[in-house]
Design a binder for this molecule. Sequence first.
Ligand code: GLN
Length: 551
Amino acid sequence: MSTKYIFVTGGVTSSLGKGIICASLGRLLVARGLKVTVQKLDPYINVDPGTMNPYEHGEVYVTDDGAETDLDLGHYERFLDIKTSQTNNVTTGRIYYDVIMKERQGAYLGKTVQVIPHITDEIQSHVLKLGQSGDYDVVIIEIGGTVGDIESLPYIEAVRQLRYNVGRANTLSIHLTLVPYLAAAGELKTKPTQHSVKTLSESGLQPDILVCRTEHTLDESIRGKVARFCNVEIEDVIESIDARSIYEVPLLMQQQKLDERVIEKLKLETKEPNLDNWIGFVEAVCNPSGAIQIALVGKYVEHHDSYKSIVEAFIHAGAVNDCKVQIKWVQSDNLTEKNVAKKLAGVSGVLVAPGFGGRGIEGKLSAVKYARTNGIPFFGICLGMQCAVIEYARNVCGWKDANSTEFDESSEYPIIDIMPDQKDIENMGGTMRLGKYACKIQKGTYAHAAYGSEMVDERHRHRYEVNNNLRYKLTENGMQLTGMNPERDLVEIVEIPDHPWFVGVQFHPELRSTVNNPQPLFVDFVKASLKFAKSNDGFTPKKESKVPVEK
Ligand code: GLN
């Protein structure tokens, strides 16, 4: 069977949840036994989002192979339970970069290099890479941006050509639009959808299926109107109504028969889907027996997308523990030794978030100290783990001046530093330790209890490390280095044993948490927090807790 390509475009407005629709369709096809992956095409000119500020772009999602990618790849991994890679995310910047490199090498044999055919060909070759690997029955391609944007045009044109190059029968075009409800008129309005499909069709791409985001059910007359004006069959007008959780979307799409329409059109042979696990998970998310509060201490807390994978990992771990984790967003800039007890009142766990730069560090250190000295379960991720180490070095080991050289190059005790072998790479312009690295875990530790295994690997995105020349001071004073990278003898996990649960990790465990495989450290952190909550009046039983509707 040749690989099938499903192109998903968006119209009317951004933020309709194209990534969730792609991931949901992917989940439904995987549940039918197909091998599926999802690719994101981003129309911006940055080569990747690695250099973008979290306010601009949200979280940078890192893959096993160390690619810094769009956060939608996180949704694909969490929903489909697959691993993505650099190939799954292509930006306009990357396309132009590759074309310009080829031009410099003379690959175009003196021709004038143009958007059509050179840029559009390059886009096609990036799209075909996943299909040509032979690993997939279906590749879903999410085209970022909104139809009609200038920067999306070369992508739409590339897709138009590609549909002929791989054979029309092997491709499908799905368009996601909005059907808004006008309260004053008391009506759903189809005109924006009509216009959006018109714009798409003018570029030569007729959608086969329309997925319409809406806050109210689309009745037969609205569906009929959309079908008639947009040149699709009425069965191909799929309603995507607000869900209780993003994880309910695959089930709603199945009720709407999106998967059936897709397999029929692409003539895919599949088995009946098995979604029992998924249904159980959604029920656990939407009807937990109660709720606890966990503080997320970071400097981008007004912008929740900056911590997307952490938020999702808490949802997965909450479902395993039959409780909803309500995140208390705590701005580290405003946190001090004086106000920390007030700001963290009522929380049953403290997570100090990853990050870069010195802003908010002293606030993060107060949060660590508060959790450490009050026996509140603590989880430090990347910079959060480095803060746990600095706090311990200062307040337990007595090195008052301990710091990371990221914030203070003149610290007498640089307990967090760039390691000498890394310094050479730094001088050569290389930057971070990115992607998957191994970690060997000591038995009898919190980490070992969570993973149930001595060798694991997790993803990284950082420059600085626990300083190997100074780490003796931590262990002399009771902090344990419970996970180490065997190749370079680098500290991956630290713990405080005589504490209910105090774990810091140099890697990013949140990036590996999926619905089917919730991340073990998150599961145990939530478990410890739930225990703390139950004995400290921090557990709100179901009757009183309200699980808000996610839009
Ligand atoms: N800024 C720290 C470093 O580079 C931590 C990075 C992070 O939290 N991702 O090592």
